[in-house]
Design a protein around this ligand. Sequence first.
Ligand code: AHG
Ligand code: MN
Ligand code: MN
Length: 335
Amino acid sequence: MECLAGTTLGEFIIRQQAAYPHATGELSTLLSSLQRAARVVNREINRAGISDVLGSMDQLNVQGEEQQKLDWFANERFKEALAARGEVCGLASEEEDGFVTFSPVNKRPGKYVVLIDPLDGSSNIDVNISVGTIFSIYRRVSPIDGPVVLADFLQPGSEQVAAGYIIYGSSTMLVYSTGQGVNGFTLDPSLGSFFLSHPNMRIPQQGRIYSINEGNYVDFPPGVKRFIKECQRDCPAENRPYTSRYIGSLVADFHRNLIKGGIYLYPPGTQLPDGKLRLLYEANPLAFLMEQAGGMATNGDVRLLTLQPESLHQRTPCYLGSRQLMLLLSACLCH
Ligand code: AHG
Ligand code: MN
Ligand code: MN
């Protein structure tokens, strides 16, 4: 079926903007820049095996993790695309030590900051498994005519103006929210456009998938161990045992659970007392999407979106999922 009658992402963004008479169009332009960079990164990922982009850069990022060539490539493309237009005054990235300041374009300072995990699941690149990009957008809080400052980036997730991800999977999709529900767009590679394929995405209230790196079991908090045992309990009347799925690319695990219903868990452990996921680049944007899709997102204690960030690369325990599974988890954690 040809998609001549379909809505493109560009058309959808313009339609949404029209609902706000005072909108200046800057957020729309910013989202367009993100989709443009996504198409370039997608092209490179698709031909990864035949171009020289697989493997490591032989250097560590600021968090001591091995940087892959594609981590670096994706970071550069998103940075270029966002710097070129002028809506964004600064960017913080998992791949940069500190935040990056963008110069004003046409003397007009940008009013947004972007926080990004340019390539999520990078350990999966070399083995042809889905990876992603996660982005988060805030309005700056510092005066528009002054320099961008750290406080512009350290805002609670509830202040996000928009958040989303791109999944480079069996098809490439861009999923995002500006706080009025979640919509998903699939890239038609022959036309080079994203088309609305998943309008108003809602996570099933009662999912039956749990996603966790069970290899770390001995290190899990007792409440998480109790939850796993609950998921594994043999009770056909309640559709249990539930099913375990974990691919190790957060975006892919999240996307599957969003569509089918489930829960993603990255608990704290003795090696990683705050878990592994980054609050600003991973947990908060996905928490925003999860809540917008009707699910819940916590650090095991409070809503992720209420946390006041203290540093750019801060980590947090992270639980995201269907309402009933999140309530079961919270009962197990409080037990
Ligand atoms: P990144 O590639 O951006 O560093 O993220 C890796 C993250 C996330 O994608 C995934 O869910 C998690 O690390 C997997 O961690 P474990 O290998 O510890 O399960
Ligand atoms: Mn990541
Ligand atoms: Mn990454």
